[in-house]
Design a protein around this ligand. Sequence first.
Ligand code: MLT
Ligand code: ZN
Length: 500
Amino acid sequence: MPAAGPDDTAGGRPGAAARDGAPGGAAQDALRGILGAEALLTGAACEPYLVDQRGLYRGRALGVALPRSVAQVSRLLALCNAQRIGVVPHGGNTGYCGGATPDESGRQLVLSLARLNRIRSVDPANDSLIAEAGCILAQVQEAASQAQRLFPLSLGSEGSCQIGGNLSTNAGGTSVLRYGMMRDLVLGLEVVLADGRVLSSLSGLRKDNTGYDIRGLFLGAEGTLGVITAASLKLFPQIASTATAFAAVADVRAAVTLLARLRAASGERVSSFELIPRIGIELTTQHIPGVTDPLGASHAWYVLCELSSARAAEPLAAILTEVLGAALDDGLVLDAALAGSERERAALWRLRETIPAAQRKQGAGLKHDISVPLSALPEFVARGSSWVSTHVPGARLVAYGHVGDGNLHFNLSETQGAVRGELTARAAEVQRALHDLAVSLGGSFSAEHGIGRLKVAELERYAPATELELMRAVKRAFDPHGIMNPGKVLRAAPADRDER
Ligand code: MLT
Ligand code: ZN
């Protein structure tokens, strides 16, 4: 599908004439009137909010708003809607697609949710809690744990990412296999709409079969339909026993077979199943202090697998040992080590979770966040690897991720001593080949990290035309003036691009 033309715009612009409140001193004064002077950052103080964590985008902004209440968010959006000021919601800035970074116009307002960071309530009997958008994910996990419950979303960035960002990007992580993505962990939402109205639906009901799933539209919308200010989240029984193993596998097909065997032997107890390539060990042992190779001998592929249960007396280690033993006999597994303590378990997870950081330290890289049906994963890896070695022989493939979900981060790293910029100059060509391959195998070009600004053209290329049309219609219905995170997920209207 060709890229969108000028008519293929995201938001219609009824009443778009209003240029009167053009951002600047007057708009800043009005914002200060709503927030208080210290809660509107301007000038150099905005700097940390203007660059995404990968350094792909550097924007400018009219200011950074730090509201303390939903009422302030509501008034602020009503003002921005009336004055046609683009609003860019901003959480922990840990996203991968530039979704929280303003554009280069200097006319957009960054809306940080950081000060809306209270756990409003915990209801253990209902297995739910209500958290405000600016709560750090680890804070939500801790609140659940205080109530002897589990909030299962687990990400490498959980110490700094915010729950509002997790909701808005429908975050995944390493427990999706068992608990689902963020979308599956939500019972209710509180959202401020583009015109300032507050949609409050935090009831915590598991059954509420009453028409269209309006709340669901905000999950994964990356702030383009409204601003999530709080959510009612599902809690689960705490984990009382785990068994964790690091195993070298013969190849990716063997990893997929091993997962099936583990599931057959233990049912829902498989909570994580992560693929790690040899280079993942090399990069982390080289760049991350304290990481060591769990097995010693070198193998091409490894898996980090974990079984867990709410029952303390579950024989998880015995199940894992038995399955791995049989897989060793059958040549699927080449070597394996079980974590003998919480310390050893944490060390294995540290290895896995620091692969992205180690890759960054290695130098420039290209990221691809693909998914395919599990049955097609070995074929994707075989064909993708062969394409990379033929067409980008100088790059090192760093393919790791959530095999259990059919989701791989099929990344490339430049070799040390490579000519600077050589790999990144080929980003578009490499992305095209790998995304085309994933889609041809029934997969997705963005399994986990969303669209943001980075993948707008990819969405236009791969989404069915009818789906795109419906997305644009939803955008128009929720945000007729196109003020909500313009240019993210869907291309902004040309006039929006001038103004915001
Ligand atoms: C991960 O699984 O570690 C993340 O999604 C990050 C990445 O793609 O690098
Ligand atoms: Zn991931």
